[in-house]
Design a protein around this ligand. Structure first.
Ligand code: AHR
Length: 515
């Protein structure tokens, strides 16, 4: 009998400790603040592509749709609510066919060209330099201007910068004044070329590095209006460009632009559907965020070797989901649906960018309105806020917050068919308001996950925040229908010194913790 009792006690001890050992914990180290999460990690991209600018944002001053000097009031208001910190313009592939002089002066005298890259439609140049700066100034955002290397000249790139930032009485500056702008524009970032390995000129990294050295020599501005100068870098897992540029370029060089898109199939051809997909495609999409982490780890090793003083930043200036075009749409307009899966994809990117905040100082989701993984979809005078918009909205407290190290113990693997990834992804930071913020993603499409939250060795008293989830993996917000993906309030209290969070399946949660 005594033997049996002892065996029972032993079993109980083993199973209790096994339970405790399996407990999923998020432990945040509040004592060791890391780098600041640059607000421009939440940057946007607006290209002359489809209805991304024309119709989607720009309707012209004569439009019946309420606007301020041509920019839609409803769209600008929604983007301001999102605290958009920065907009990249005019492309993309379009940038390497864009000649800035086409977009200044009286609008009715501007030339009409064909947007050969995107849909072969007429481009009337109604939105040019002055209109773009009006938009960013209405938004209170910074400006990222991408110059044309593919079909431009070093003179054209240098003169555009002089036109925007010049102060004296040079004829080109007087021309800006004549066109209605006395005060120089504030250019925060200026890039030479885009995807120079592809649509920007099919170059080799060595050739482009030399070209960059040449062109950058002539980029001059008043010292107090000097932008960060950006070289066009690699794609996906390719870090050759990072290596060659960081080794060979010095002057007027502040960072390297990197691009990586996510397709359900992992391939350009037959990308996969935006909605109506099986669970395996949910995981195949979300698991690919692992490659963003991988390329950043690889890039940082290269930069730490070639730029040990950490002068160079990584600007991840195109990322996001890319699906087969919406049936019936112009394939050159890159119209796609936006679902709960896209919201989680965005939050997973944020968590990775925060992990690399020592080098990643800007990122730009592609794109802001009506194109690819957009924040806003419009139709005539109506608009709808996408699930991705709400993911960005949830994460606004992380803009300029100070990252905090953390670890997740016992993070389960989420696996469907051949695709797998960690179930939970997290981030932690001290916000500018002094509060402690936690961002969490439960990637599992079918199961809720419970975790214990610890700040150092202590549980917070309570947490409060916002949760984003929905019934279906491809839930979306459609015009004229009730929205399916909207943030909800979330709260949890500690009991007996322990705070447990139950994260619903397929959800994003951003919390402020009270100690
Ligand atoms: O965002 C759409 C396109 O994707 C951009 O124009 C180009 O840079 C990339 O290939």
């Amino acid at each position: 009998m005594k033997k049996q009792l002892l065996a029972l006690v032993a079993t109980l001890v083993v199973s209790t400790s096994a339970l405790a050992a399996d407990e999923i914990k998020l432990i945040v180290d509040t004592a060791k603040p890391g780098p600041v999460i640059h607000r421009n990690i939440y940057g946007q991209f607006a290209e002359h592509l489809g209805t991304g600018i024309y119709e989607g944002m720009w309707v012209g001053p004569e439009s019946k749709i309420p606007n301020v000097r041509g920019w839609r009031k409803d769209v600008v208001a929604a983007l301001k609510d999102l605290k958009v910190p920065l907009v990249r313009w005019p492309g993309g592939c379009f940038a390497d066919e864009y000649h800035w002089r086409d977009g200044i002066g009286p609008r009715n005298k501007r030339p009409v060209k064909i947007n050969t890259h995107w849909g072969g439609v007429p481009e009337n140049n109604a939105v040019g330099t002055h209109e773009f700066f009006d938009l960013v100034e209405q938004l209170g955002a910074e400006a990222y201007v991408n110059a044309n290397v593919g079909t431009g000249t070093p003179q054209e790139a240098a003169e555009w910068l002089e036109y925007m930032t010049g102060e004296g009485n040079a004829t080109i500056v007087e021309q800006r004044r004549k066109n209605g702008r006395d005060k120089p524009f504030r250019v925060h970032y200026y890039a030479l070329g885009n995807e120079t390995w592809g649509c920007g000129g099919n170059m080799r990294p060595e050739y482009y590095a030399d070209l960059y050295r040449h062109w950058a020599t002539f980029l001059k501005t008043p010292a107090h209006n000097r932008p960060q100068f950006i070289a066009s870098g690699g794609n996906d897992l390719d870090t050759t460009w990072t290596e060659v540029l960081s080794k060979n370029v010095r002057h007027n060089f502040d960072g390297i632009a990197h691009h990586a898109y996510t397709f359900p199939s992992g391939k350009w051809e037959g990308k996969g559907a935006a909605a109506g997909f099986p669970e395996a495609e949910w995981v195949s999409m979300l698991a690919q965020v692992g490659k963003i982490d991988q390329v950043l780890v690889k890039s940082k090793v290269i930069l730490d070797k070639n730029d040990p003083k950490k002068k160079l930043a990584i600007y991840f200036d195109e990322w996001g989901s890319w699906y087969d075009p919406e049936p019936g749409s112009n394939p050159g307009f890159l119209v796609q649906r936006n679902t709960l899966r896209d919201a989680l994809l965005a939050a997973l990117h944020f968590n990775v960018f925060h992990d690399h905040a020592d080098r990643v100082k800007m990122s730009n989701i592609a794109q802001m309105v009506n194109v690819l993984q957009a924040m806003i979809l419009t139709s005539k005078d109506k608009l709808v806020l996408t699930p991705t918009y709400h993911a960005f909205a949830l994460y606004t407290p992380f803009q300029d917050a100070t990252s905090l190290p953390f670890k997740i113990e016992n993070n389960p693997v989420y696996k469907v068919d051949k695709f797998e990834m960690p179930t939970l992804s997290a981030t932690a930071a001290q916000g500018k308001d002094g509060k402690l913020y936690i961002g969490l993603v439960n990637a599992n499409a079918t199961q809720a996950t419970e975790l214990t939250l610890l700040l150092g060795s202590e549980a917070p008293k309570s947490v409060k925040g916002k949760l984003l989830t929905a019934g279906a993996m491809d839930a979306q917000n459609e015009l004229g229908k009730p929205a399916q993906v909207l943030p909800q309030a979330f709260e949890a209290q500690a009991t007996n010194g322990k705070l447990t969070i139950k994260l619903p399946a397929k959800s994003i949660l951003v919390l402020a913790a009270e100690r």
